[in-house]
Design a protein around this ligand. Structure first.
Ligand code: ZN
Length: 131
């Protein structure tokens, strides 16, 4: 049985909505219908997620951030300890994989929340503010 839609809510910050992977309007409904696939709408407040299109943004930010962090730690460890090559493979690749997969959903949810809060959409003549 479906729960009734809520009409009064305190909107979360974009960071809260992102970290919890929740609806940017009510902060309660689930944002994702799959691992990275967005749900059609919020199951708590009914917000249509059709506006959300972060495209490749989450992948870019995650690859760049995790890549820089892991490679920096790897370079420091190699200089400091000179670990054997097998140990480097055994730590760097899992760190990259876990780091990217672990942060992709929250970053995508955060970008969707930013789109919602700033009413962002694809650029065009209608998106230019009139004075
Ligand atoms: Zn909602």
């Amino acid at each position: 049985m479906e729960r009734p839609l809520i009409t009064h809510f305190d909107s979360p910050t974009s960071l809260q909505a992102g970290l919890l992977c929740r609806c940017p309007r009510c902060g309660e409904g689930k944002l994702f219908g799959g691992f990275l696939r967005l749900a059609k709408r919020c199951d708590r407040c009914g917000l249509d997620y059709g506006f959300a299109d972060p495209a490749d943004g989450p992948a870019f930010f995650v690859m760049t951030g995790v890549g820089i962090l892991v490679i920096a730690v790897w370079a420091w460890a190699v200089i400091a300890w000179s670990p054997p090559l097998w140990a480097q493979f055994a730590t760097v690749f899992p760190a990259l994989l876990i780091g990217c997969l672990g942060t992709l959903r929250p970053v995508k949810a955060w970008l969707v929340a930013e789109q919602y809060i700033h009413n962002a959409s694809e650029g065009g003549a209608s998106s230019v503010q009139k004075r």
